[in-house]
Design a protein around this ligand. Structure first.
Ligand code: PEP
Length: 250
């Protein structure tokens, strides 16, 4: 039985005050969340204080990226050891904004995945197609290529240490959510693809959906057989909406 998961990607939003308020708001509603694993991924500068606020609660903390290297002259990067030190249990890896705006390749994403694993951080590994790729009918090929980069470097068993988030790029931050059927079709493909290499890994692997998930559409999406939760952007910035999605996941 796969535990449902709801993760919030706060992206580059927030301030000391708003982060404090958001954490207090989420924490106040956590008593009703009994089944879902809840993770928040703040901007790096707020991770330590969010970890403090999460201390003693069921809320887990993640980073929005992780360096592929472990130490040294990598200006602007954050190592797995540092992220662990400030309380990260998860790291988002391969988000489409990193791939598109900062030219992160499948190869680099795979190396970041490897760095997370060797530092005991669970990769929250994002994959997904652009609108042009969907329209060209290559959605499955794109997802397979992105997953294969990790498998080539780390082996299929490595996927068991993390979570995959299927995030169609055209649905991220656009309000254009994939239909439950569209999302389920890709999730089922991902699971079947992994099952070809390891039935056990495929069966245990959580595959989240991300892309304009909100309190109104979460239950139907997460109700699909191969959708094990959500990675939430915009709606994770309001405690009320984020908690409503956690409740929908329950
Ligand atoms: C995301 O950035 O991972 C995301 C899913 O964003 P949004 O929910 O805003 O579409």
């Amino acid at each position: 039985m796969r535990q449902v998961m709801v993760a919030g990607n706060w992206k580059m939003n927030g301030s000391s005050d708003s982060v404090k308020e958001l954490m207090a708001g989420i924490n106040a509603g956590m008593g009703s969340v009994t089944k879902a694993e809840v993770v928040v991924c703040p901007p790096a500068v707020y991770i330590a204080r969010v970890s403090d606020a999460a201390d003693g609660t069921a809320i887990k903390v993640g980073s929005q990226n992780i360096c592929d290297q472990d130490k040294g002259a990598f200006t602007g990067e954050l190592s797995g050891e540092m992220l662990k030190d400030v309380g990260c249990e998860y790291a988002i890896i391969g988000h489409s904004e990193r791939r598109a705006l900062y030219a992160e390749t499948d190869d680099l994403v795979a190396k970041r995945f490897a760095a997370a694993r060797r530092n005991g951080i669970k990769p929250l590994f994002c994959i997904g197609e652009t609108l042009a790729e969907r329209e060209a009918g290559v959605t499955n090929d794109v997802c397979a290529r992105q997953i294969d980069a990790v498998i080539a470097l780390e082996g299929v068993e490595a996927l068991a240490d993390g979570v995959i988030a299927y995030e169609p790029v055209w649905a991220i931050g656009t309000g254009k959510v994939a239909t439950p059927e569209q999302a389920q079709e890709v999730h089922a493909f991902i699971r079947a693809k992994i099952a070809n290499l390891s039935a056990d890994v495929a069966q245990g692997l959580r595959i989240l959906y991300g892309g304009s998930m909100n309190p109104g559409n979460a239950a139907e999406l997460i109700g699909q057989p191969d959708i094990d939760g959500g990675l939430i952007g915009g709606a994770s910035l309001k405690a009320e909406d984020f908690l409503a999605i956690c409740m929908a996941a329950e």
